[in-house]
Design a protein around this ligand. Structure first.
Ligand code: PHE
Length: 341
């Protein structure tokens, strides 16, 4: 039976071939040569027709056995070659950990955060806690509970972005007054910094997004004197001990009486300069004694308790602190500007 010899020959040849190859490509050539459709093994099987019925299964079995062996050896070799390749790559790609790294640029706080932190420090030093309210707010907290019903003219200056008829982007942090009243019992001393929104066009002094810091104190016997003392202390801490404040009568629907508060110009000391537009004074906040109805809306008895509230514009503070004349610089993320702080 020459087929038997041929098959044994193929087995030996394949073994030798596998022994000497070095790449996966060569391995594939070996597979095609011995096991492929036009390969050596198939060629032998095609001659089976000349065999006797007794011989056929014997040769068939041997052919299958050899096919199995060669296949197994090819797989083994493939694994070996892949492992060797991987090994070589790992060696070639070794990282030199002694090389100096590329420098990591460390950022720093934004001027808005720097000034906010300073303001927080000052009020925390006076026993105020930090509170927070949501930026997406109910009409109720932003307006209604602050004595600004739907048709109140004060809404004209605080047009905003509405989510629904009753839900909006808050126009002021004053809604946190009510939220804190609902949660705490007097004595209360809190400041609530955060983003507020108004549908204003962008210019040097306006932005549809800006920041306020709300402040509030409620207890038995709180008077306008406490308001003045607290904000004077704040102004002196922020701008220096020579700083004076002055109150101008104003109107807010949720405070009574209400005022706006100016600080003496920290650049010229009050003589008049370009910073204060020759006024000697710079307006920094709105304030007043919390309206009894507002206390009532917050669940606090106005017969027993009184309180003051104030609202600071953070951007204004920052712009004065760093003598900036364009608010847009605070939002543009221009590194040439931000790197200066
Ligand atoms: N919320 C007012 C504003 O945005 C400021 C303010 C706060 C006035 C608290 C009085 C008391 O103009």
């Amino acid at each position: 039976m020459k087929q038997k010899e041929q098959l044994e020959g193929i087995r030996a040849e394949a073994e030798a071939a596998l022994h000497s190859i070095e790449t996966l490509e060569e391995l594939d050539n070996v597979r095609v040569k011995f096991l492929g459709k036009k390969g050596d093994l198939t060629a032998v099987l095609k001659t089976m027709g000349s065999l006797s019925p007794e011989e056929r299964p014997v040769v068939g079995q041997l052919a299958n056995k050899i096919r199995g062996e060669i296949t197994e050896n090819i797989e083994k070799k493939a694994m070996e070659l892949k492992a060797a390749q991987q090994e070589a790559r790992l060696l070639a790609e070794t990282i030199d950990v002694t090389l100096p790294g590329s420098p990591v640029e460390i950022g720093h706080e934004h001027p808005l955060s720097l000034v906010l932190d300073e303001v927080k420090e000052i009020f925390m030093g006076m026993g105020f806690e930090i509170a927070q309210g949501p930026e997406v707010e109910w009409d109720y907290y932003n307006f209604e509970a602050l004595n600004i019903p739907k048709d109140h003219p004060a809404r004209d200056t605080q047009d905003t972005f509405y989510i629904t008829d009753n839900m909006l982007l808050r126009t002021q942090t004053s809604g946190t007054q009510i939220r804190v009243m609902e949660e705490k019992k007097p004595p209360i001393r809190m400041i609530a910094p955060g983003r507020v929104y108004r549908s204003d066009a962008v210019d040097a002094t306006h932005s549809p997004l800006f920041h306020q810091i709300e402040g509030m104190a409620i207890d038995e016997g709180i008077t306008m004197g406490d308001l003045v003392g607290t904000l004077e202390t704040f102004a002196k801490k922020l701008y220096g001990s020579d700083t004076r404040i002055r109150l101008r009568p104003h109107h807010f629907p949720f405070t009574e009486p209400s005022c706006e508060i100016d600080v003496s110009c920290f650049k010229c000391g009050g003589k008049g300069c370009s910073m204060c537009k020759n006024e000697g004074w710079i307006e920094i906040l709105g304030a007043g004694m919390i309206h009894p109805q507002v206390l009532h809306n917050g669940g606090i008895d106005p017969e027993k308790y009184s309180g003051f509230a104030f609202g600071l514009g953070l951007e204004r503070l920052v712009m004065f602190a760093y003598e900036m004349d364009d608010m847009r610089m605070l939002y543009e993320n221009d590194m040439r500007f931000l790197e200066q702080f």
